[in-house]
Design a protein around this ligand. Structure first.
Ligand SMILES: [Zn+2]
Length: 394
């Protein structure tokens, strides 16, 4: 068992109360080869504490000292820069979406080393069996010679990361699936479960180009979820339910929702709904989102307008929430704006916010692969010394 890397009930990621080793590790990540004097300044730790934590992180293979080009002895305290050691540890993940599974392997900077996509089976038990059956081969292909720190399991909807449970994903039709309890003994790696929106918010905070400040991450796919980051940490909410925007009302929508109401955000703007709308309107030959996006990329006016109208509906539904939170930035992960970022003003205009309020995420085509690994990476950067008791996973 690998207890230290597995979140215990009630444990919350609160980066502004990071322990010293985690603060040093994050300073190295964010500053890019900082000298120890810079780490001391950045973390507010004493020189002795930074030296101690640096030694711990070096011993764990999490940081390294790049060879200095100039080897001549210099007077005074030497500038010994540190860097994240990406040669030793890697992180695995699987993202479970409606159409497919995405397996991924990343390094400690969240850079994708490998990814594979396979169609998703239907029942949860079949999907988890499939994950367990495919993972060893995936790791043999890409992770030989590395220490695999854990497996992230990420999906849309309401997820309780402490319990490792998918509470509800209406798009998949799954409810109360104990993902960690079912997978961990089989894959024999620490399993970290997280919602897609929160996983990506973690990744933005650690590796993204968005910068600091308060952010809301909004994911619009077949599931529609949000994550709220303030003060460098993620808002969890009661039962980890924060960010549930799937059933916000869309003004004017009459789409029937499985919850019993009509006009809920998720059923109104989901990828599947959009694809159906495109086929019904004769824009595409069949309900397939990829066909709609291709038409939009090729400049089909009706396809573009359908994508724009989705953004307007999203904006109308989430605007009251955003007005209340007043984030510095809204990060949108959505298929059309991923390929056609010039559509973003459609959303920001409807939100009535500043022009720089809305951004696309930092990870482009790697988004799902990064999301899959993000919960493990977040655990490493939250509690690096947990690796001491976790040991090498492979
Ligand atoms: Zn609903």
């Amino acid at each position: 068992m690998l207890p230290a890397l597995i979140a215990t009930p009630g444990r919350r990621p609160v980066p502004h109360r990071l322990d010293g080793a985690a603060a040093v590790l994050r300073a190295v990540l964010h500053r890019g080869s900082p000298a120890r004097t810079e780490i001391i300044r950045e973390t507010g730790l004493s020189a002795a504490a930074v030296s101690r934590h640096t030694a711990e992180l070096l011993a764990l293979g999490l940081v390294r000292q790049p060879p200095e080009p100039d080897q001549r002895p210099r007077p005074g305290r030497p500038r010994i820069p540190l860097d994240i050691d990406t040669s030793h540890h890697v992180v695995a993940g699987v993202h479970i979406a409606v159409p497919r599974l995405t397996f991924s392997l990343t390094d400690l900077r969240g850079r994708v080393i490998a990814r594979e996509r396979v169609p998703r089976l239907s029942r949860p038990s079949a999907v988890l069996h499939d994950v367990a059956a495919r993972l060893p081969g995936f790791l043999r292909r890409y992770a030989v010679g590395h220490s695999v720190l854990g497996l992230g399991v990420v999906t849309g909807g309401w997820v309780d990361p402490d319990a490792g449970v998918l509470v509800e994903n209406a798009a998949l039709g799954w409810r109360d699936i104990p993902l960690r309890r079912l997978l961990q003994p089989v894959v024999r790696l620490p399993v970290h479960v997280e919602s897609h929106a929160r996983a990506l918010a973690h990744a933005e905070l650690l590796f993204g180009t968005i910068g600091g400040g308060d952010l809301v991450h909004l994911f619009v796919g077949n599931a529609v979820d949000a994550a709220i980051a303030t003060g460098g940490g993620l808002l969890q909410g009661r039962g980890h339910g924060a960010g549930g925007v799937a059933h916000l009302p869309v003004p004017g929508s009459t789409a029937p929702c499985p919850c019993g109401r009509t006009g809920c955000l998720q059923v109104t703007v989901a990828d599947g709904t959009l694809a159906q709308r495109a086929a019904a309107g004769g824009i595409t030959a069949r309900p397939d989102l990829r066909l709609l996006l291709r038409a939009a990329r090729e400049g089909d006016g009706r396809a573009m307008e359908l994508c724009r109208s989705r953004l307007r509906m999203v904006a109308r539904a989430v605007r009251p929430v955003l007005d209340m939170i007043s984030p510095d930035v809204l990060v949108l992960t959505e298929a059309a704006t991923l390929h056609l970022p010039h559509l973003l003003p459609e959303l920001s205009g409807e939100l009535g916010g500043a022009g720089d309020l809305v951004r696309t995420g930092s990870f482009g085509a790697d988004t799902l692969a990064v999301a899959a690994a993000a919960p493990v990476l977040a655990a490493v950067y939250q509690d690096p010394l947990g690796l001491r008791t976790a040991g090498s996973a492979r």
